[in-house]
Design a protein around this ligand. Structure first.
Ligand SMILES: Cc1cc2nc3c(=O)[nH]c(=O)nc-3n(C[C@H](O)[C@H](O)[C@H](O)COP(=O)(O)OP(=O)(O)OC[C@H]3O[C@@H](n4cnc5c(N)ncnc54)[C@H](O)[C@@H]3O)c2cc1C
Length: 355
């Protein structure tokens, strides 16, 4: 069994650390930030592939199974939630063309996917525009939602209950340094968007990682509100979503944005958003759901989605004792358990003492 350092304390770092420790390895998780300071803590966060490069579909379907089980366990912050995507004529046409790609997962067990008419003839006018959007149909499914502050706390507890596990606070200056000066056998790089700083090839160039800022508001929950997600047709560039969550508190995440952020902020910066963008999000959500009018945000959050052409899950070509595991875009929760299992398979193939 190996002594492994997992660098990163977001959803990817913790899922990976748990799977490796369950396999019997001695795992130290090192994180520069507390769980609530990570991008993972800002995620909405529901299971559905979104803003993601290439990935193995099995990672998503395996994660779905795990989250569906966790929804039945107390204290995880995970709940199965009815979800709806509302479409205007342009969005419906776009979906027709992309159905097998966008909703490849619609036949997975428990998802209960269907497409049908809107409940009532409904329209909305986006702030700053004059033409109302006429919704013509809606897609419905059921998906796990993780209330991330609770879910990250659950992952941390679960990890620390495993033999040989340890959490260390601090910034790692050099991934390779953990091998040489601290004697770890392997380092798993789960640094998310901060891989821009930790890995030279992510810094610039057409193939480098892009950071898409997601702004969200934490709002009081509206009773009976299903999860709403819209990112086609008039919502293509600026999505609109409302995600009710349960756990230590009942609340709702309202979003959102996908703003290309260049250059990357310093790794240790606490991200603070632009106030005008938060106001726009609220105005758009109120236009869809007037019951939100007059409600004050409980919190304003911004996170950076690490988007690559493909999720990076491979040993470093120059130092194979470093295994990269980052670039999960807008789908970190969605892929977390499945891609953590894939890391375990790479580690299993590693001969004692190195690759
Ligand atoms: C607004 C928004 C909504 C989203 N909604 C969803 C959703 O509904 N469903 C979904 O699946 N995904 C969603 N995502 C995407 C998801 O949040 C990310 O894919 C995921 O959080 C990435 O997790 P991570 O663990 O890789 O990175 P992070 O959460 O960013 O964690 C990185 C960790 O690495 C640590 N670190 C970095 N560098 C170092 C270093 N040098 N030394 C020590 N520690 C270091 C950091 O401190 C941190 O602990 C959303 C994202 C945003 C922004």
């Amino acid at each position: 069994m190996k002594r492994i350092a997992v660098v990163g304390g977001g959803v990817i770092g913790y899922s990976t650390a748990i799977r490796l420790a369950e396999r019997g390895h001695r795992v130290t998780l090192i994180s520069g930030q507390e769980p609530l300071e990570t991008t993972s803590a800002t995620a909405a966060a529901y299971w559905a592939p979104y803003w993601i490069g290439q990935y193995d579909h099995r990672w998503a379907s395996d994660t779905l199974k795990v989250l569906q089980q966790l929804a039945h366990e107390p204290g995880t912050g995970v709940k199965l939630t009815p979800a709806e995507e509302w479409l205007d004529a342009a969005g419906a046409k776009e979906l027709d063309e992309e159905l097998d790609e966008a909703y490849w997962w619609r036949h997975l067990p428990g998802i209960d996917w269907s497409r049908g008419p809107v409940r009532e003839p409904r329209s909305m006018t986006l702030p700053g525009t004059s033409t109302p959007i006429e919704f013509v149909e809606r897609v419905q499914f059921e998906t796990p939602v993780a209330r991330m502050p609770d879910y990250l706390a659950y992952l941390r507890r679960r990890f620390l209950e495993l033999p040989g596990s340890e959490v260390r606070a601090g910034w790692v200056e050099s991934l390779a340094g953990l091998l040489d000066s601290e004697g770890f056998d392997l380092v798993i790089n789960c640094t998310g968007w901060q891989a821009k700083h930790a890995v030279a090839e992510e810094r610039e160039g057409p193939e480098s990682m892009r950071l898409l800022a997601g702004y969200v508001l934490r709002m009081p929950q509206i009773p009976g509100q299903p999860l709403i997600t819209m990112h086609r047709g008039p919502f293509h560039d600026t999505p609109l979503y409302m995600v009710p969550r349960s756990g230590s508190e009942e609340d709702m995440i309202c979003g959102g944005t996908a703003i290309l952020t260049e250059p990357a902020p310093p790794a240790r910066d606490l991200l603070r958003g632009d106030e005008a963008i938060f106001e726009q999000i609220l105005a758009r959500c109120v236009a869809f759901e007037p019951r939100l009018a007059g409600q004050q945000p409980l919190q304003k959050l911004v996170g950076l989605r690490p988007v690559r052409k493909a999720v990076r899950l491979e040993p470093d070509p120059r130092e194979p004792r470093i295994i990269h595991h980052y670039g999960h875009g807008g789908s970190g929760l969605t892929l977390s358990w499945g891609s953590a299992d894939a890391v375990v398979r790479i580690v299993d193939e590693t001969a004692p003492g190195g690759l």
